[in-house]
Design a protein around this ligand. Structure first.
Ligand code: ADP
Length: 618
C-alpha cells in the first residue's frame, strides 16, 4: 500500500498502521526476550549505528500515542554525545521504548523527554546516560525498589487501570547491565518520574565528529523559534545553533511579534520563523496572520510545526502564508531538508514559491526505502540469498519465479534494478529482458538488469549483454559480490556492508555437506543458514518426486532440467555429494542412457539421505 499513490494523510495513516504493528510485535518479543534473558541466552549484537537516528526512531514510533494524549514528546541529545557508535541498536531502542512507553502510559498532562548526555569517554568507548523524564503520576518512595523485579507493578489497581505485564523494567535492567550500564529511577509522587540508564558504546572506527549535513545552505540564517514548550525550544535552538544559524527563541506570539519588529527595524530581519501551531493565547495561525498583516515586520519565511496535520489543514496553512510544515517530533534530517527547501523559496524569489506546501513527506529523502529491486529467479535458495542480501542493504525487494512474471511485475511497479536468472521455466531471462527492453524503447527510464547465471563463460556473457542486460553475476551467489553489484547500480556510493569474502576451503574433495563454507558465505547468518537448509530439504524432496515420475515417463528433457536445478541448489548449500550425483544424472539423462539414469537417480537418493543424516546429527 505504501508503494501506491496516497495523499499525505493516507500515507500518514498507513505508516501509523505499520508502526503500530511493529510495536505489537515488540510486545511479543518482550515476552520471548524475558525468557531468553532468564535462561542466560541473550546475546548482544555489535554493529555500527547512528545513535541520534536510533533515538529519533523511538520517538517516531511512540509519538502518535503521546500526541493522542496531548503530551509533548521530544529528545535532547547533548552535543558531546557521539553519533557514530557501535553496539546493539535494537536492544538500546528496546530499553528506550520500554521507558518512553511507560512514561506516556503514566502521564496525563505535560511532556515526555529523552535526554542523552555523555557520562564518560575514553578513546574507544563512551558511556552514555539516557534519562526519560515525564510529568506523570510518579512513584511512591516505598515502592521504588521493587520496580525492576519481574512481574512487579506499583499496585494492583494500577494494573487494572493501565494494563501491562510488569516485565518491561526487568528486561530493561537486564539489557542495561548487559551493555555495561545501570538503571535507576528518581520520582516524586504526583510530579513525575525520571527513569535513567547508562550503557557503554564503542566508537566506530574512523568516525569523526564532522557534521553530516552540508551547512552552506542554512548557515548564517537568522531564525526565530516560537514555541510555548521549553524543551522544544531547547531542542530546536540547540540544533539550529549547531548548524551555524543565528537563532532566537520566544515562548509566545506577542514576544514573537516584538522580536520580529526589533530585528526588522535594526536592519537584520529574520529569514525564517518556526512556529508551533498549538500555543495558548495566540496560536500559530493567528501569529502568522499578524506577521503577514504588518508590513513593518518584513517578509520572513514561515514554517509551521504541528503535532498532527488534519485533512484540509495543509491547504489552509498554505493560504495563511506558511511555505512548509513539519510534524512533531521533528527529526533532524527533516528539519534540515525543510529549512533548505523553505529558504530556497526565498532565494529564488517570490515568483518561484512552490505550489505545494513542503511537508515532511515531500522533504524526507526516502533514499533507500524507496529503491526497489526485482529478483527473477526460480531457484528458491538463490531467491532467498538475494532477498536477504537486499534486505540487509536496506532496499525493498520482490521475487518472481519466471520471465513472464518478471515482465508483468515491471509493468506494475517502477523497479530500480532487476536481478535476472538466465534459465527459468516458461520464459527465460534473455527473452524476458528482450521484452522489457522493447517496452522501454522511447522511454526515458532504462532499468538496469543484472544476469544471474551458472554459466560462467564468456560466450554466455556476450549473449546476455546482446539481449540488453547490463551486467552479470555468477552463481552460486556470493552475498558480498551481490551487495557490491547492487550498490553499483542503485547505491548512492556511501556504504557497502561488511560481508566477508568466502575463504577457500582446504582440499578439493567435497564433503557431504560443507557447513563451514556455507556459514562463511552467508556471513555467519545462522538464521538464514537454517532457513536455507530447510528450504533446500523441502525442495529436494519435491524435486526428487518429480524426477521419479519423469523417469517413469522416460521424459529425458524434464529429467535433465530437474537434475540441473537440483545441482544448482545443492551447490548453493554446499551439498557436494548431491551436486555431484545430480550432475551425473543431468548428463546421463541428456544422453538418454536410461541405465545410467537409473543408477544416477539412486545415487542422488543416497546423497540426499546422507545429507539429511548429517544435518540431523549436527
Ligand atoms: P508494565 O508497564 O508492563 O506494568 P514495567 O516493568 O515496565 O511493566 O513497569 C512496572 C511498573 O512500574 C508499572 O506497572 C508502574 O506501576 C511503574 N512505572 C513504570 N514507569 C512508570 C512511570 N513513568 N511513572 C509511574 N509509574 C511507572
Amino acid at each position: 500500500m505504501l508503494d501506491t499513490e496516497l495523499d499525505d494523510e493516507q500515507r500518514d495513516h498507513a505508516e501509523t498502521i505499520l508502526e503500530s504493528s511493529n510495536a505489537l510485535l515488540a510486545i511479543i518479543n518482550d515476552i520471548l526476550d524475558f525468557s531468553k534473558v532468564e535462561a542466560g541466552r541473550l546475546e548482544l549484537e555489535v554493529i555500527d549505528f547512528d545513535l541520534r537516528i536510533a533515538i529519533e526512531e523511538v520517538l517516531d514510533l511512540l509519538a502518535v500515542r503521546a500526541q493522542e494524549k496531548g503530551l509533548e514528546i521530544a529528545s535532547l541529545v547533548e552535543p558531546g554525545v557521539p553519533s557514530r557508535v557501535k553496539g546493539d541498536p535494537g536492544r538500546l531502542r528496546q530499553i528506550l521504548i520500554n521507558l518512553v512507553s511507560n512514561a506516556i502510559k503514566f502521564t496525563e498532562h505535560g511532556e515526555v523527554i529523552i535526554h542523552a548526555t555523555l557520562d564518560q569517554e575514553s578513546e574507544h568507548l563512551s558511556t552514555i546516560r539516557f534519562a526519560v523524564t515525564d510529568t506523570g503520576i510518579g512513584i511512591p518512595k516505598d515502592r521504588m525498589d521493587r520496580l525492576f523485579k519481574s512481574f512487579s507493578q506499583v499496585d494492583s489497581s494500577t494494573t487494572r487501570r493501565y494494563g501491562g505485564t510488569g516485565l518491561g523494567l526487568a528486561i530493561s535492567m537486564q539489557l542495561a547491565n548487559l551493555m555495561g550500564g545501570e538503571i535507576g529511577v528518581e520520582s516524586e509522587e504526583g510530579k513525575g518520574s525520571t527513569f535513567w540508564f547508562t550503557c557503554r558504546l564503542e566508537h566506530q572506527r574512523g568516525a569523526d565528529t564532522e557534521e553530516e549535513f552540508p551547512l552552506e545552505p542554512i548557515e548564517g540564517q537568522r531564525i526565530l523559534v516560537v514555541d510555548d514548550n521549553q524543551t522544544n525550544r531547547a531542542v530546536l535552538s540547540q540544533q539550529l545553533n549547531r548548524w551555524g544559524c543565528h537563532c532566537e527563541v520566544v515562548a509566545d506570539g506577542r514576544s514573537a511579534l516584538d522580536a520580529i519588529r526589533v530585528r526588522a527595524s535594526a536592519g537584520t530581519p529574520f529569514d525564517l520563523v518556526l512556529i508551533d501551531s498549538l500555543m495558548p493565547e495566540m496560536d500559530g495561525q493567528q501569529l502568522a496572520s499578524a506577521i503577514r498583516a504588518d508590513a513593518v515586520l518584513g517578509d520572513p519565511v514561515l514554517v509551521m510545526i504541528t503535532s498532527s496535520a488534519r485533512r484540509g489543514e495543509a491547504s489552509r496553512f498554505h493560504e495563511l502564508g506558511f511555505v512548509a510544515y513539519l510534524t512533531k517530533p521533528v527529526k533532524r534530517s527533516q528539519l534540515y531538508d525543510c529549512l533548505r527547501a523553505a529558504l530556497g523559496t526565498r532565494r529564488h524569489g517570490e515568483s518561484e514559491k512552490p505550489q505545494r506546501l513542503i511537508t515532511r513527506h515531500s522533504v524526507v529523502e526516502r533514499k533507500k526505502y524507496t529503491k526497489r529491486i526485482l529478483v527473477a529467479e526460480d531457484n528458491p535458495i538463490n531467491q532467498k540469498v538475494a532477498l536477504r542480501v537486499i534486505e540487509k542493504l536496506g532496499y525493498r525487494a520482490d521475487a518472481v519465479a519466471n520471465g513472464m512474471e518478471a515482465v508483468s511485475a515491471v509493468k506494475r511497479l517502477p523497479y530500480d534494478l532487476i536481478l535476472m536468472d538466465g534459465q527459468m521455466p516458461e520464459m527465460d531471462g534473455i527473452e524476458a529482458t528482450r521484452i522489457i527492453r522493447q517496452g522501454e524503447s522511447g522511454a526515458k527510464r532504462r532499468i538496469p538488469i543484472v544476469a544471474l547465471t551458472a554459466h560462467a563463460m564468456q560466450g554466455d556473457r556476450d549473449r546476455y549483454i546482446a539481449a540488453g542486460m547490463d551486467d552479470y553475476l555468477a552463481k552460486p551467489l556470493q552475498p558480498r559480490e551481490l551487495a557490491e553489484m547492487i550498490e553499483r547500480y542503485v547505491g548512492d556510493g556511501t556504504t557497502v556492508p561488511e560481508i566477508p569474502k568466502e575463504r577457500p576451503g582446504k582440499g578439493s574433495r567435497k564433503p557431504v555437506f560443507n557447513r563451514r563454507a556455507l556459514l562463511a558465505r552467508l556471513d555467519n547468518d545462522t538464521e538464514l543458514f537454517d532457513e536455507l537448509v530447510q528450504v533446500f530439504l523441502a525442495d529436494c524432496d519435491a524435486q526428487f518426486g518429480r524426477m521419479r515420475s519423469a523417469l517413469s515417463q522416460r521424459d529425458a528433457t524434464s529429467l535433465s532440467r530437474l537434475a540441473h536445478t537440483l545441482k544448482g541448489s545443492a551447490l548453493n548449500v554446499e551439498a557436494g555429494d548431491i551436486a555431484d550425483s545430480a550432475r551425473t544424472l543431468e548428463a546421463s539423462a541428456a544422453k538418454q542412457d536410461w541405465e545410467l539414469v537409473d543408477a544416477a537417480l539412486k545415487d542422488v537418493e543416497l546423497a540426499l539421505q546422507k545429507f539429511k543424516s548429517v544435518i540431523v546429527v549436527s
